[in-house]
Design a protein. Structure first.
Length: 355
């Protein structure tokens, strides 16, 4: 019997894929049905909760998952963190590292995914959308690097073609529809089958119910969507307006690439800090710097990022140096451990997954 434990937010909880009589199904249920050829040989336990942050995944959800000793576990989260005023890529990286690393050390095969940019679905103007895009880029970079580090089964959805299909999204444009959940489950099934870890049939790629209509989307926005936006804006809107003012100023000065460099530097620093702490935990006692007879530590390497230009100076953005231990090299997005491609902020019709 294979036990599959799913951790995450409303995406993994199945929002957008309703079942008759109430409740949600979602990609995890669809995937579980096709993991093995013999029916009834997979036990799915879904501990994902709507609105969960990465800290929740690495906290109560991880504790519950470890008690179950799963052979397969999914850690799909991060979009909700980008919609919080107190977003901190270091805390996000710590949470992902704890969740993915602990489950892997316990013997589970871990599933992860990079997610689309939340600003695209909202159709925000550039001064509002660009800060959210940078946050999602940072989260996806962390997820990809940690997935490679721990050998997780990773699928890259940030710019996947089906994420631009309207029929793949529910009326709220925040969660996949039944079709979207099926397509997501198929992506995971393909990645697992490539490693010989899925032997059953993949989920069907066609939905059984009708696609969401524009009228249904309008009804949702009038009855429930405004409440969802108000809940998020209470926390996010004041900070996002401040980010938009700063973005507009840099756009006018032609120095907006400075913000991109700053975000990438913060992501590299978060990953470097994780690597240092991981090395300190695994280093033999004689090499630890806290020993009295230990050799003095090597001086830190200089920051490869060039100095930021003055606001009144317009320069071309320097190329980012290659750091193989932190930022993955470009690769095909259809491979399980592919690095996230450069985002396309102007991609029409794309949407995001959030809970």
């Amino acid at each position: 019997m294979l036990r599959f434990v799913a951790l995450g937010d409303s995406l993994t909880a199945g929002f957008g894929d309703p079942v008759p009589g109430g409740g949600w199904r979602g990609w995890a249920v669809l995937l579980a049905d096709g993991l093995v050829a013999r029916p009834g040989r997979v036990e799915l336990v879904n501990v994902a909760l709507s609105g969960a942050l990465t800290a929740d995944v690495a906290g109560s959800q991880l504790t519950a998952a470890r008690r179950l000793r799963p052979g397969l576990a999914s850690v799909v989260a991060g979009a909700n963190d980008t919609l919080r005023a107190a977003f901190d890529i270091r805390r996000v990286a710590d949470a992902f590292d704890l969740a993915i690393g602990t489950l892997t050390a316990d013997g589970a095969v871990v599933l992860t995914a990079c997610l689309p940019d939340p600003g695209r679905m909202l159709g925000l103007p550039a001064p509002l959308a660009r800060p959210l895009r940078r946050r999602m880029e940072a989260v996806n970079t962390v997820v990809h690097v940690l997935s490679r580090r721990y050998g997780a089964v990773h699928v890259h959805l940030a710019d996947h073609p089906w994420t631009a299909r309207r029929a793949a999204w529910s009326v709220d444009r925040l969660h996949p529809s039944e079709l979207g959940h099926r397509l997501l489950a198929r992506e995971f099934h393909t990645a697992l089958a490539a490693r010989g870890l899925a032997t059953g049939d993949p989920p069907a790629a066609c939905s059984q119910g009708p696609p969401p209509s524009r009228a249904a989307a309008a009804r949702w926005m009038a009855t429930r969507g405004t409440r969802w936006i108000a809940d998020r804006c209470t926390d996010l809107l004041p900070a996002l307006l401040g980010l938009a003012v700063r973005e507009s100023r840099h756009l006018l000065l032609g120095t907006d690439r400075r913000l991109d460099l700053r975000a990438r530097r913060a992501t590299r620093a978060a990953l470097a800090d994780l690597a240092r702490r991981r090395h300190a935990r695994t280093a033999p006692p004689e090499s630890r710097p806290d020993r009295p007879d230990a050799a003095p530590p090597e001086p830190p390497a200089p920051d490869p990022t060039p100095p930021e230009p003055r606001p009144d100076t317009q320069v071309a953005a320097p190329s980012t140096p290659h750091t193989p231990d932190l930022i993955p090299p470009p690769s095909r997005p259809d491979t399980p451990d592919a690095a996230p491609p450069e985002p396309r902020p102007d991609a029409p019709g794309a949407a995001t997954m959030t809970g």
